[in-house]
Design a protein around this ligand. Structure first.
Ligand code: CO
Length: 317
């Protein structure tokens, strides 16, 4: 991409930014993002909810408040009942409303494989916006949803897991990161990102590159959706996990038992759909973050800390 030097494009120097931030005036910046994908679950209403929650996640990661949404739809209208599409859109609509945003339009294309998502716009104060580039050595790292949705949806597709057994992960994917976002703004977090396709370690690496820092993670502190380890051990690992691993492996310094390494890394690089926020916060503000998360009924698992190691380096204990 050519470099863009418009001074109002506020996060132009960030690597891997999912959302673009554009300053309108000293008090207001637009945050815009777009995401859509093929169904991750059979239930069309649930898929709509998950796709919409996922699309808003990039706004929440920056501390932005959702304002408007546009539907993005691909659907094989001649081969599949339109009622299916109605259910997908209803799921999305309910999530948009829950986010306090307004659906103001959209676009649909006849396509062999259904896809759904949103283009979203939010507002943030230019000086209060949180990016992935502000983490400092000593900051504590919090994760607000468990990991494992790629592995669990792979097992669902392989019919090795029923929807009832996957309920926790399905609800997790459909949940907005709204409360976590409000909590990190209130507590004054240093940096944040949302966990999606690059997996926990891929998105952590992005935060570390942008912050010029390293991190130490304790794998036993990482929350996993039920049965994630067992399913990973049985090989229900999506291809994206291996691609992430190959791409980011050099950044990872594994200190545990060698025989556990491969299985753990597939989990830590498992691509997440609508994952949680990864938040870096100074130790002095960590208690305020915990309190704000719990008031908002959001979870927050402390998984490690930011270090002065080489930029991007992740040590796993
Ligand atoms: Co993102």
């Amino acid at each position: 991409m050519p470099s863009i030097d418009d001074p109002n494009y506020l996060n132009r120097e960030q690597h891997y930014a999912d959302a673009g931030v554009y300053r309108l005036d000293d008090e207001t910046a637009l945050v815009q993002s777009i995401d859509f994908f093929t169904p991750v679950v059979d239930d069309p209403y649930l898929f709509g909810q998950i796709a919409a929650a996922n699309a808003f996640s990039d706004l929440y990661a920056m501390g932005a408040k959702p304002l408007t949404a546009l539907n993005l739809v691909c659907f094989p209208a001649e081969r599949q009942p339109l009622q299916l599409l109605e259910e997908i859109l209803r799921g999305g609509f309910d999530k948009i409303r829950e986010a306090g945003a307004v659906l103001i339009g959209g676009h649909s294309v006849d396509d062999a494989e259904p896809k759904y998502g949103l283009s979203v716009t939010g507002l943030v104060h230019p000086r209060r916006m949180i990016t992935s580039g502000g983490a400092r050595p000593g900051d504590l790292l919090f994760l607000t949803k468990p990991i494992g949705t790629g592995i669990i949806t792979t097992a669902l597709k392989g019919e090795q897991l029923g929807e009832a057994e996957a309920a926790e992960a399905l609800q997790g994917m459909a949940a907005l990161n709204a409360a976590a976002s409000a909590a990190m703004l209130e507590a004054g977090a240093s940096a944040a990102t949302d966990i999606t396709g690059f997996g926990l370690l891929g998105h952590l690496h992005e935060m570390l590159i942008n912050s010029g820092a390293g991190a130490a993670i304790n794998k036993e502190d990482i929350p996993l959706y039920p049965r994630t380890r067992e399913l990973a051990a049985c090989g229900f690992v999506p291809g994206g996990a291996y691609r992430n691993l190959k791409h980011f492996e050099e950044a990872v310094n594994w200190t545990g038992a060698e025989e556990e390494k491969a299985e753990w890394l597939t989990i830590l690089f498992d691509p997440q759909t609508s994952g949680g926020l990864l938040i870096a916060v100074s130790p002095q503000r960590a208690e305020a973050l915990r309190a704000a998360l719990s008031r908002g009924k959001a979870e927050g698992f402390q998984i490690g800390e930011i270090t002065g190691d080489k930029a991007g380096e992740i040590t796993i204990f």
